[in-house]
Design a protein around this ligand. Structure first.
Ligand code: THG
Length: 266
């Protein structure tokens, strides 16, 4: 079954930033509960937006969220030191977001991840920047899997983020990432594929229909997780329906349940 990673606890979002600045725990707790209720399998926590406050904000958010979250957390920071601190604060096996092949980040993340019990998002990013082709994405995914396997992280614990890029800049960016996902899944059947979706529609109007259509295509290619807003009813309904159509919903039970509860409508 598809796993939605709820993206809302991110200080780049105005109301979250205000809640963190004012230490408004009720706002944060209520938001987390709504995301879980809406079907999030993980709650992403990103405290990166208030420059100079990331450690303090991450600590406060985790203190606030950990006691009420009934699903595991996705610890989201580009800073290995923040991830290490956050890892120590959580009880349920978290997902670490993220490692990449960028040398400085990679070298700091590997000793920290060695022997750890966790899931890991592996970004197909290196010091040359964003991948320029399907083969580039596949090559980077292979390097990441090889290195993570060496330090005891199983392939089934790896969530590859192939890095979605705007279709407005190059009409082939959609098929570039779709064929990469197919190739990664062919090479590593037990791996997970995740990522943000909204980059695909950057620079275009009516972005949500692009994101919904794209997630459907990505799911057929092998994506089984995404970092999204679970309170967006339409994308959640699209994902549940696609899961059914792709054989992930025995007797269509989950689809029918969604219809009965009003979560899915035509
Ligand atoms: N891959 C991985 N991790 C990630 C991302 C990714 N973490 C951060 C980000 N991308 C995903 N998280 C968010 C959180 C909030 C929003 C978007 C992505 C968001 N966006 C508003 C929008 O799209 O309308 C704009 C911001 C605002 O509220 O002003 O809220 O790709 N591994």
């Amino acid at each position: 079954m598809f796993e939605a990673i709820g993206e809302r606890i991110n200080t780049s979002r105005k109301f979250v930033q205000e809640a963190v600045a004012e230490k408004n725990a009720d706002y944060i707790i209520n938001d987390v509960k709504q995301q879980v209720q809406a079907g999030a399998s993980f709650i992403d926590v990103n405290a990166g937006a208030r420059i100079g406050h990331e450690v303090e904000d991450m600590k406060w958010l985790l203190d606030t969220i950990e006691p009420v979250a009934t699903v595991p957390l996705t610890l989201d920071s580009p800073d290995p030191a923040v991830l290490e601190m956050a890892y120590k604060m959580v009880e349920k096996t978290p997902m670490i977001n993220s490692i990449s092949l960028e040398k400085e980040r990679f070298d700091a993340m590997m000793p920290f991840l060695e022997g750890k019990d966790c899931k890991v998002i592996a970004l197909c990013m290196d010091d040359a920047g964003m991948p320029a082709s399907s083969n580039d994405i596949l090559g980077r995914a292979k390097s990441l899997v090889e290195e993570l396997n060496k330090i005891g992280i199983s392939t089934a614990s790896i969530y590859v983020d192939p890095l979605v890029q705007p279709i407005s800049t190059d009409s082939k960016k959609g098929i570039m990432v779709l064929s990469a996902v197919r190739a990664i899944k062919a090479e590593f059947p037990e791996i997970h594929i995740t990522g943000g979706l909204s980059n695909i529609s950057y620079g275009l109007p009516q972005r949500k229909i692009i994101n919904r259509t794209f997630v459907t295509l990505m799911m057929e290619a092998g994506m089984d997780s995404a970092i999204i807003d679970p309170l967006d009813k339409k994308i959640m309904a699209t994902i549940r329906t696609a899961d059914m159509l792709l054989g992930e919903d025995d007797y269509c039970m989950n689809y029918l349940k969604g219809v009965r509860s009003g979560d899915i409508e035509s």
